[in-house]
Design a protein around this ligand. Structure first.
Ligand SMILES: C[S@@+](CC[C@H](N)C(=O)[O-])C[C@H]1O[C@@H](n2cnc3c(N)ncnc32)[C@H](O)[C@@H]1O
Length: 314
């Protein structure tokens, strides 16, 4: 498997994105991803500028925000990254073209034996299209669409029970492929990605969330958990971007730690349905925070948000 790459310093090796001229179906996420941003999406989009030079998203996950911005042609270039090599490989394969991935996915069937055989494959022994098709298949048919690896980095999510899951959606894959053309994709720590951002650019941060309670553990999307020290580094990075005039938006859980790390920034509380790994008896809405710096597309509706917060609390 290729090793993590170091980001090039400006000028980037990135070419103008073709997202602005992409025709056909609007791009949407191709993977289910814990922390997917469906519910917060409109609130994040209204906080980002209408026209962005370079859009950075250093915790790309399922990429809900990136694909929505691409659909609206709101950036000239995009730089996306994540610590997860398997995930970035899916986007790299699609950036090259959807055809090869689609051809492989069409041969995958929804049954337990196929699932465990695919799970046992080692990505290092596969080519890029094979790695991408395998991960998309495991994501569509594994338990809850989770991504989890053991200590040696081997995917270990059990088979999921679905009624006729969609394994291959060619139109969606082609649309994602068009949106990814010309986009820079890196396997990197978040801090590497934003060094080059400057006024006119925009960044959206969606880190693994700070757990809501002491009993909940910090999310281990990647083998190295994202702990308190990482959240502090992230707050420093956010501050540095503000001082360079970069418009940034960050979402996180509503905890004493996150509120204190960002108490110097405009911060809104927004209600969202609970995340997928919540206990059944605790389902319902939960508050999350949205922090912003710099100029936004239009002013956030703070009054409306406060009203909705009061309504939920009472
Ligand atoms: C909350 S998810 C992002 C969800 C995404 N916004 C979406 O719409 O699906 C967090 C992501 O951060 C990645 N991650 C964890 N630690 C990281 C780090 N130190 N640097 C960069 N990415 C990291 C995980 O692999 C995961 O994909």
């Amino acid at each position: 498997m290729p090793k993590s790459t170091t980001l090039p310093s400006r000028p980037h090796d990135i070419r103008p994105s073709t997202a602005r001229s992409a025709g056909g179906k609007a791009p949407r996420p191709v993977l289910k991803w814990a922390g997917g941003k469906t519910h917060l999406l409109p609130r994040i989009l209204e906080r980002l500028p209408a026209s962005i030079d370079t859009y950075y998203e250093p915790f790309i996950g399922g990429g809900a925000v990136f694909f929505a911005l691409a659909a609206d042609k709101r950036f000239s270039r995009a730089v996306l990254s994540d610590k997860n090599q398997d995930l970035i490989d899916v986007y790299r394969a699609l950036r090259r073209g959807a055809k090869g991935v689609i051809q492989l996915l069409e041969h995958y069937e929804y049954d337990k034996d196929t699932y465990y055989a695919a799970r046992a494959l080692k990505p290092a022994n596969l080519d890029l299209n094979e790695r991408a098709a395998r991960l998309i298949y495991l994501n569509r048919t594994g338990y809850n669409g989770l991504y989890r690896v053991n200590r040696s980095g081997q995917f270990n999510v059990p088979f999921g029970r679905y009624v006729n899951p969609t394994i291959c959606d060619p139109e969606r894959l082609r649309a994602a492929s068009r949106a990814l053309r010309g986009v820079s994709l890196e396997v990197a720590d978040f801090s590497e990605l934003c060094r080059d951002a400057r006024a006119g650019d925009a960044v959206y941060f969606d880190p693994p969330y700070v757990p809501l309670s002491h009993t909940a553990s910090f999310t281990a999307y990647h083998r190295e958990a994202f702990g308190e020290e990482a959240h502090k580094r992230l707050a420093e990075c956010f501050d540095a971007l503000r001082s360079r005039g970069v418009c940034s938006v960050l979402s996180n859980s509503n905890t004493p730690l996150t509120r204190s790390l960002f108490d110097d920034f405009p911060l809104d509380l927004v209600p969202v349905p609970r995340r997928i790994n919540s206990k059944k008896d605790g389902r319902g809405d939960v508050m999350e925070i949205l922090v912003t710096t710099g100029k936004t597309r239009k002013p956030p509706k703070r009054t409306a948000l406060r009203k909705s917060r009061k309504k939920r609390v009472s």
